[in-house]
Design a protein around this ligand. Structure first.
Ligand code: ZN
Length: 349
């Protein structure tokens, strides 16, 4: 059941159905020839695929902490990196396997997720297991500092799934994969879920499930990347499967290391200041309304980019901002745009 609105996105899985909210502009119209391939429509299909996969992964195969689910209280588990993260990995993968997208498009979707995870410094402060456990108190109560403090068990969980899939393939001469782990979980915890007392995956059980399903030891992998905060070594893991992952800079403009958003008709405000970046060092804060850069008015993102294009990294600029109702001036030393944009290609092509 899809509710189509101006600007919403989300879904909620149910046992035999799903409730989705999507933006009108993501859906193709009869006059758009290639609309079925637009990024917006792919986003919508990814959502549909995600909630469909949940029919198995979380509505039947569940964490032990959800079996049974207690609807009157908060249910804590550190396993949402499996139930949301694996689902986020399989949602786009199923679009590839079903032929809805081609390999190049799939690589682009994967790269988009790698970029999103690598842009948030919070991934070094919190593991996906911790993020999962804290979801009732933190993940669904985000504020402007969240990218610095939190990691998403959806997007980084999907990278843990990708890394684990590659790890299993690399250590089993491509005989086994994450699919084998899902099948074992289905046989043991999912298939007969409604025929007997509900049982679920115990906290800490994933390493032994992986070993039983595939014969591959993933204890250290899971400890480091799901329960620890290390970046998953995706380029090494992918290289062994013939896929090359390259990092480059998304743009050539010098950077303030911050994220901006429009504040109504007033102008551009800082949404997030990335820790240890140019704006952070200058003393700027989330919520500051940018008025001018070196005396020239800042109206929107496009115009800020235009103004920044006149400078190089390491130049120092003056920024006038309103903090609440106070006009203030800050000096910021710009930085090199980070190498935060990855692309994936088949090594042979
Ligand atoms: Zn989900």
């Amino acid at each position: 059941m899809t509710m189509v609105t101006g600007d919403d996105y989300g879904g909620l899985e149910h046992r035999s159905s799903t409730a989705l909210v999507a933006s009108r502009r993501d859906l193709p119209t009869i006059n758009q020839k290639d609309a079925a391939k637009s990024d917006g429509y792919l986003t919508f299909l990814g959502l549909v695929s995600h909630e469909y996969f949940h029919t198995w992964n979380v509505k039947r195969i569940k964490p032990a902490a959800f079996a049974p689910y207690r609807y009157l209280e908060e249910n804590h588990t550190d396993l949402l990196w499996v139930f949301e993260g694996f689902t986020s990995y399989y949602d786009d993968l199923m679009l590839l396997r079903s032929g809805v997208v081609d390999l190049d498009t799939y690589h682009r979707l994967l790269a988009k997720n790698v970029n999103a995870v690598h842009r948030a410094p919070g991934r070094f402060k919190q593991s996906v297991a911790e993020s999962s456990f804290d979801t009732w108190t933190r993940f669904y109560k985000q504020d402007e500092n969240s990218p610095n403090a939190l990691v998403s068990y959806y997007s980084k969980g999907a990278l843990v799934a990708l890394g684990l899939d590659l790890h299993i393939r690399n250590h089993s001469q491509n005989e086994k994969s994450l699919d084998d782990v899902m099948r074992l979980m289905w046989e043991r915890y999912g298939r007969e879920f409604y025929l007997r007392e509900p049982r679920g995956v115990a906290e800490g059980e994933m390493p032994s499930l992986v070993a039983e399903a595939t014969g591959v030891d993933a204890t250290d992998f899971i400890a480091r990347y799901a329960y620890g905060r290390d970046d998953i070594p995706l380029s090494d893991l992918m290289a062994k499967q013939g896929v090359s992952l390259q990092w480059s800079s998304a743009n050539t403009l010098p950077s303030l290391d911050a994220r901006f958003r429009a504040r109504g008709n007033e102008g551009l405000e800082i949404a997030t200041v990335y820790e240890h970046g140019a704006a952070h060092k200058a003393g700027l804060s989330a919520g500051d309304l940018i008025v001018a850069l070196n005396g020239l008015r800042v109206k929107n993102q496009q115009n800020l980019d235009q103004l920044l294009s006149a400078y190089s990294a390491t130049d120092t600029i003056a920024l006038h901002i309103f903090r609440r109702d106070e006009l203030r001036e800050f000096k910021a030393t710009l930085s090199q745009a980070p190498n935060d944009s990855c692309s994936l290609t088949l090594a042979s092509s």
